[in-house]
Design a protein around this ligand. Structure first.
Ligand SMILES: [Zn+2]
Length: 410
C-alpha cells in the first residue's frame, strides 16, 4: 500500500453534490478547473483518481471541538447526565492530566476526524487558574505535529475563575482566539465584556459558548453589541446558542437581528446538545438545538459541529460530519443540502477559512465517498473515502464486506 500523503492532480468522472459529473484538475493546493466528465486526458496515472460511482464534496470542517477532553469517557467513567453533571465529572478529572496525556488523546481524536474527511478543526482549549497553559502547550504541540495534514485553530476556553493574567499566559502559549462560557459566570454580561476586552487588546477573534441551556441566561445579544465595532479582519462566533430554540418568536426575532447586524457566526452542536439538554423533562423532551431555520432564513452564517466526542459531555459520537449532518436533517429539520453546507462550506466560513471544494479557484479540500448522491452519503456514511487536504491525499479508507446470498425456493 502506498504511504500517504500522495499528490493528486486529476480526479475523473466525479459526481458533485448537485448531481453534475465532471473531471477536476488540481494545481497543488488549489482547484484549477472543472471539465466535462472524461474529457481531461490522463497524463500521470500515479496522480489520477477515477471517481466513477463516487460523490465529490467539499471536505467537512469541525467548527467546535474539545480535543483536550475527547476520548476521556472510559478513563473517567462518569455518570450519564446533564451539563452540570458533565462539568463536575470533568473538573474532578482534569487535575490529574499531564501535557503528554492530553496530547495522546487530542492527537488520536484529530486523526480519527481526518480519517473521516475533516481537514480543518477548531478546538476549544481549557484555561483554568491552576494550570492555565497546560492545555495550550498540549494542543499547540498537536497542531504543529499535524501541520500539513489538518488545519487546527485553537480557542482559549477561559474559565470564569481564570484571571486576565492566566488568559494572557495561555494566549502567549500560542492560542489563536479568545473564548469562554460567560453563561456560567455570576455576572454573565460582565464576563462577556471582560473577554471582549481581552480580544480587543490582543487583536484576536472570538468564539464564545454564549449559552448552553434551555432556560438559563442569554448573553448572545450582549456579545453581538460588544463586538459590533471591532475590526472585521477576524472572526466572531458563538457556539451552542440553545436558548434561541426556546425563545418566544418576537424575542427570537430581535436576537437574530442582533446576531445578523454583527455578522456573528452561529455554531450548532446537535449530537452533544441532544445528549446534554432535557434531562429534567420526563415527557416531550426538548431538542436543545438553536433556532436553525430562523438563523438561516435571516442570512446569518451558520455552522454545525459535533462538539464533544466520547467524554463526560457526550459519551458517543463517531467523529464524522455525516453523523452531524444526519442529525441536522432528522432533529433540525434541515434539507440534506442545508445540512451538508453547515458542516462544510458554512463551517469553513464561520472559521474564517478560504473557499474550498470542487470549484475552480477554490482550495483543494475535498472528500470523495462511494455514494450515488448527497442524501445517500448522509444516510449511509459510506466507509469508502478519499480525503484530500491542500491537494494531497491524506487519508484513504476501503471497506471489504461479504454478505451471504439467500437461497430462494422456486
Ligand atoms: Zn464546547
Amino acid at each position: 500500500m502506498t504511504s500517504l500523503p500522495t499528490s493528486v492532480t486529476l480526479l475523473r468522472h466525479a459526481t458533485l453534490a448537485d448531481g453534475g459529473r465532471c473531471d477536476v484538475v488540481l494545481n497543488g493546493p488549489v482547484i484549477s478547473s472543472l471539465a466535462p466528465a472524461g474529457s481531461v486526458p490522463v497524463t500521470d496515472p500515479e496522480e489520477t483518481i477515477d471517481l466513477d460511482g463516487w460523490l465529490l464534496l467539499t471536505a467537512p470542517a469541525e467548527p467546535h471541538a474539545h480535543l483536550d477532553k475527547a476520548l476521556s469517557f472510559d478513563l473517567i467513567d462518569p455518570p450519564h447526565g446533564d451539563l452540570g453533571s458533565a462539568i463536575a465529572s470533568w473538573t474532578a478529572y482534569a487535575g490529574t492530566m499531564t501535557v503528554d496525556s492530553i496530547v495522546e488523546r487530542a492527537r488520536a481524536q484529530a486523526l480519527a476526524m481526518l480519517a473521516n474527511g475533516i481537514t480543518a478543526i477548531r478546538t476549544h482549549v481549557d484555561v483554568h487558574p491552576g494550570a492555565p497553559t497546560r492545555g495550550a502547550e498540549a494542543l499547540v504541540r498537536v497542531r504543529d505535529e499535524l501541520a500539513g495534514l489538518v488545519d487546527i485553530e485553537l480557542v482559549a476556553l477561559c474559565s470564569t475563575f481564570a484571571g486576565d493574567a492566566d488568559i494572557e499566559a495561555a494566549l502567549d502559549a500560542g492560542l489563536d482566539l479568545v473564548g469562554g462560557a460567560p453563561h456560567l459566570a455570576e455576572d454573565p454580561a460582565g464576563e462577556v465584556r471582560r473577554l471582549v476586552a481581552v480580544a480587543r487588546r490582543r487583536g484576536l477573534g472570538m468564539d464564545l459558548h454564549t449559552d448552553e441551556s434551555l432556560d438559563g441566561p442569554v448573553t448572545l445579544d450582549v456579545y453581538a453589541r460588544a463586538v459590533r465595532d471591532l475590526p472585521r479582519d477576524r472572526q466572531y462566533s458563538a457556539g451552542h446558542c440553545c436558548r434561541l430554540g426556546t425563545m418566544p418568536p418576537d424575542q427570537l426575532a430581535e436576537m437574530v437581528e442582533e446576531v445578523r447586524l454583527s455578522d456573528i457566526g452561529v455554531i450548532a452542536n446537535p449530537i452533544t446538545n441532544l445528549y446534554l439538554q432535557g434531562w429534567q423533562h420526563s415527557v416531550a423532551k426538548p431538542r436543545g438545538l438553536t433556532a436553525l431555520r430562523e438563523l438561516i432564513d435571516a442570512g446569518v452564517r451558520v455552522a454545525a459541529g459535533a462538539d464533544n466526542v466520547r467524554d463526560p459531555f457526550n459519551p458517543v459520537g463517531r467523529s464524522d460530519a455525516f453523523e452531524t449532518a444526519s442529525l441536522l436533517v432528522s432533529a433540525g429539520h434541515l434539507s440534506p443540502a442545508e445540512a451538508w453546507h453547515l458542516v462544510s462550506d458554512g463551517a469553513r466560513s464561520v472559521m474564517g477559512l478560504p473557499l474550498a471544494g470542487p470549484r475552480a479557484g477554490a482550495r483543494a479540500e475535498l472528500l470523495a465517498v462511494r455514494a450515488t448522491n448527497l442524501l445517500d452519503a448522509i444516510a449511509n456514511a459510506p466507509a469508502d473515502r478519499v480525503v484530500i487536504h491542500a491537494g494531497r491525499v491524506v487519508a484513504r479508507s476501503a471497506l471489504h464486506r461479504s454478505v451471504a446470498v439467500p437461497v430462494l425456493s422456486a
